[in-house]
Structures are given as C-alpha cells and as structure tokens.
Design a protein around this ligand. Structure first.
Ligand code: SF4
Length: 144
C-alpha cells in the first residue's frame, strides 16, 4: 500500500516512549485511522526495552543516561524505520520533537540537562537526506 506519511509511533498513541508513555496527537492518529500514514518507532524496531534510560547525542554518538553507547542500536532502528517508509512509498514524515531518533532540527545536547542544540535525530537525518518533507507534532502539514 502507498501512504504519504510515515509518523513517529508515539504520536499515533503507541506507548513506545523511553518512559513508557506516548505522545498521542489527534491529527496524527486521524491520518493513521484514514490509512494515510504508517507508524514506525526506530528505538522499538531496535528492540530497545520500554521503559529504557533516556538517550542523547553527543559528538555523533548516542549515549544513555546510564553511560552506555547505543549508537549501533539507534542506527539499526533508524534503518529499519527507513525500510518501512520506503516499502509504503512515503514521501513525508511527522516526527516527535527533540528525540535522539526522531527530533527535527533541534535535539538535546548530550549533557542530560534539558539543554537543546541544533541537530536532527538519527532517523530524522536519514529521512531528510532521502528527501522526505519533515514535520513535527507542533508543525503539522497544512493540507492533511
Ligand atoms: Fe517516539 Fe521516535 Fe522515541 Fe519511538 S524513537 S518513542 S517513535 S520519539
């Protein structure tokens, strides 16, 4: 099936956040309900557990707050999420802000002090480089 949008699964109401929560967004849920969006959670696709320690990106590495380097897991999950997007023919993505996987344009700076810096999450960067139009739950496409 062809879907215009791939969306962060937590925005569609899945409980895949690091803390076991979701970020349900009514507009995103409606797209999924209509069959216009497919969901993916790169961290879930990497088989990271829920809940899991928060992670941030520092100098290109994905580090957990408890000091592990999860870069390889995050890349594997992002690649699997890309496969879902490609298989469904998606051309645009609606992504959860500030996540080390899904964040668009702005992420946490790797100091675990709630400090933001410019940058994309790993999956968002792959989508950007593949030419996807990127949106967030606070910057939704106008024509949906
Ligand atoms: Fe949501 Fe993305 Fe984090 Fe999964 S990896 S919980 S989809 S923000």
């Amino acid at each position: 099936s062809r879907c215009r949008f791939v969306v962060s699964a937590c925005l569609a109401g899945e409980y895949c956040r690091y803390d076991g929560g979701s970020n349900a967004c009514a507009a995103v849920r409606e797209l999924v309900r209509r069959g216009a969006a497919v969901t993916a959670c790169p961290e879930g696709l990497a088989c990271l557990p829920v809940p899991r320690p928060p992670c941030e990106i520092r100098e290109g590495r994905v580090l957990s707050q408890d000091g592990r380097d999860l870069t390889a897991d995050f890349f594997r999950g992002a690649r699997l999420a890309m496969e879902i997007a490609s298989r469904h023919g998606c051309t645009a993505a609606i992504l959860k802000r500030r996540s080390p996987s899904c964040g668009v344009g702005q992420i946490y700076d790797g100091t675990f002090s709630r400090t933001l810096c410019p940058g994309d999450g790993l999956w968002a960067r792959m989508l950007r480089e593949a030419g996807f139009a990127l949106y967030t739950e606070e910057h939704l496409p106008e024509d949906i």
